[in-house]
Design a protein around this ligand. Structure first.
Ligand code: GP9
Ligand code: MN
Length: 423
C-alpha cells in the first residue's frame, strides 16, 4: 500500500546521486544500443595467452577509445535468472529475486522500465536476440517494459551452421540484425543479447582459429576461444554501425551479463590469474564484468569507481538528459560526483572501494587480507540489507502500480504483441 511506497521514496530521495553537469544531457536525443555480452568477465580484458595473443583485442582497443568510458570495477548482480536478471537490473534499476527469476515469476507486475521511459520522449524500442521469444518468458515481460518490437529467432536464419547451443551464433546474429536495426524509426532504444559465448563455450570446428587455453579444464580452456569469437563479432558490429552512419548519433552500452566461469573451476582460474588459490575476496573481484559506454562527442576514459548493473540506468538516463530523481530505483549514477562507490551482490555480500564483505567476513579491497576490525564493513552492510529489502518489497508487492514518477507516461502492456515476421 501507500505507506510501503513512502518508505521506499524516502530512502530513494536520501540516496539519490545528482547528475554531473559535465555529462547531463550530452547525449540528448541520440539513439541507444545496449549489447548484453554473454558470460564475459572482466579478467578477459587485456588478458594475454601465454604466446602473447590478446583474447579480446577489439574490446581492449575500446578501453582507449576517446569517446568511450570503460568501467573496470563494475560488477554483475545477478541471481538464478542469469541473463534475464541482468536485463532486469539494467532496465529497471531494481534487484532481481533471491530465488528464481523475476522474468518468470513477476512478469505481470507494473514496471517503469527504460523502453517505457524513453517512449515518453519519442523513442521507439526493440530487442534483438537469436533465441525463441518464450525463453525466460521474455515475450511476456517485455510488454510490461514497453518494448515495441522483439526480433527473436523467428526473424533469423537458424540453420545448422549458424547455430549452436541456445541459438544463433554472434556473427550471423549481428549481420542479420543490421537491416532490421536500420529500418527502425529514430531515435531508437535497442538491446542486442548475444548468445554464443555461453557455457560450456565449445566452438564448432571452423568458427575459430584462436588457440584453446591450457589450464587443465575444458570449460575454462574453451572460454578463451569463445570470448575471442564474440570480440570479433562485436568489432564487425561496430564497423557496420559506422558504415551505416548510426555510430555518430548513437550511445552504445556494452556489458557482461554475469560470470561465465563458476567456482567449480577455481583450480584452473588460479592458474589463469597466476595466484596460489582463489580466496573469497579474489572470488568476489572475479564477479567484475566489463562495462563500456560510448558517447559520441564526449571524452571518455578508464574509470575505476565501483559500481554494479543497477547503476547503469541512472547513468544513461542522465546522459540522455532525463533526471531520475523521481524514479523508484536503486542505482547510483556512475558519473555523478556523489556516486556511492560500492556494489552489492544478491546474496548480501558487497564490494566497495575500501572493503569487500563475503559471508560476514570483512577484507581489505586493496590487500585482499582479512581486516582486524570487521566494523569497517558494517556501515555499507546496513545499506545493502535495507536496499535489498526495499527492492524485494517493490517486486513482491508490485508497488510500482501505486506510483507514478513525474513526467512519466505509463504504458499499457496490452498494446504490444510480438507476433513474428509472418504475422
Ligand atoms: C538464452 C540466453 C542465455 O536466451 O539469454 O541464457 P542464460 O543461461 O545466460 O541466462
Ligand atoms: Mn547469460
Amino acid at each position: 500500500d501507500s505507506s510501503d511506497i513512502t518508505d521506499v521514496e524516502n530512502y530513494r530521495k536520501a540516496n539519490y546521486a545528482a547528475p554531473n553537469p559535465k555529462y547531463f544531457g550530452k547525449a540528448k536525443g541520440m539513439n541507444v544500443i545496449y549489447v548484453s555480452m554473454e558470460s564475459l568477465q572482466s579478467f578477459m580484458i587485456d588478458y594475454k595467452m601465454p604466446d602473447g595473443k590478446e583474447v579480446t583485442p577489439f574490446l581492449n582497443s575500446l578501453t582507449h577509445d576517446k569517446n568511450t568510458f570503460y568501467f573496470k570495477n563494475f560488477y554483475h548482480q545477478t541471481g538464478q535468472g542469469k541473463t534475464s536478471d541482468a536485463e532486469f537490473l539494467m532496465e529497471n534499476s531494481l534487484y532481481p529475486m533471491a530465488q528464481g527469476a523475476v522474468f518468470v515469476n513477476k512478469a505481470q507486475n507494473t514496471y517503469q522500465a527504460m523502453p517505457a521511459i524513453l517512449k515518453g520522449q519519442g523513442y521507439t524500442s526493440a530487442v534483438f536476440h537469436g533465441n525463441y521469444k518464450t525463453f525466460w518468458n521474455r515475450n511476456v515481460i517485455y510488454k510490461a517494459f514497453g518494448y515495441d518490437q522483439f526480433f527473436d529467432a523467428e526473424y533469423y536464419n537458424m540453420t545448422e551452421e549458424n547455430t549452436k547451443n541456445y541459438g544463433l551464433k554472434d556473427k550471423p546474429f549481428f549481420t542479420e540484425s543490421m537491416p532490421m536495426l536500420t529500418g527502425l524509426k529514430q531515435p531508437f532504444y535497442t538491446k542486442f543479447i548475444t548468445l554464443s559465448n555461453h557455457f560450456p563455450f565449445a566452438m564448432d570446428p571452423g568458427d575459430t582459429e584462436f588457440p584453446a587455453g591450457d589450464y587443465g579444464d575444458t570449460v575454462v580452456n574453451q572460454y578463451f576461444q569463445s570470448a575471442h569469437y564474440m570480440d570479433q563479432a562485436l568489432e564487425q558490429f561496430f564497423n557496420d554501425l559506422k558504415a551505416s552512419g548510426l555510430y555518430d548519433n548513437t550511445v552504445v552500452v556494452l556489458y557482461g551479463d554475469h560470470y561465465g566461469i563458476s567456482e567449480n573451476h577455481n583450480d584452473a582460474m588460479a592458474k589463469v590469474l597466476g595466484v596460489d588459490e582463489i580466496t573469497p575476496p579474489i572470488s568476489a573481484k572475479l564477479q567484475r564484468v566489463p562495462l563500456f559506454i560510448h558517447v559520441p562527442g564526449v571524452k571518455g576514459g578508464i574509470q575505476s569507481q565501483v559500481g554494479g548493473e543497477v547503476d547503469v540506468r541512472p547513468t544513461v538516463l542522465h546522459l540522455l538528459g532525463i533526471d531520475t530523481k523521481d524514479y523508484l530505483e536503486f542505482g547510483s549514477d556512475l558519473l555523478s560526483k556523489q556516486h556511492r562507490n560500492w556494489a552489492l551482490f544478491r546474496n548480501g555480500d558487497y564490494v566497495s572501494g575500501d572493503v569487500i564483505q563475503v559471508k560476514d567476513k570483512c577484507y581489505s579491497s586493496e590487500s585482499e587480507e582479512l581486516m582486524e576490525d570487521s566494523a569497517a564493513c558494517s556501515d555499507i552492510a546496513d545499506s545493502v540489507n535495507t536496499e535489498l529489502q526495499m527492492s524485494d518489497e517493490i517486486v513482491y508487492k508490485d508497488l510500482l502500480r501505486f506510483y507514478q514518477p513525474e513526467g512519466y507516461t505509463p504504458i499499457n502492456p496490452n498494446d504490444f504483441d510480438y507476433l513474428g515476421p509472418n504475422a
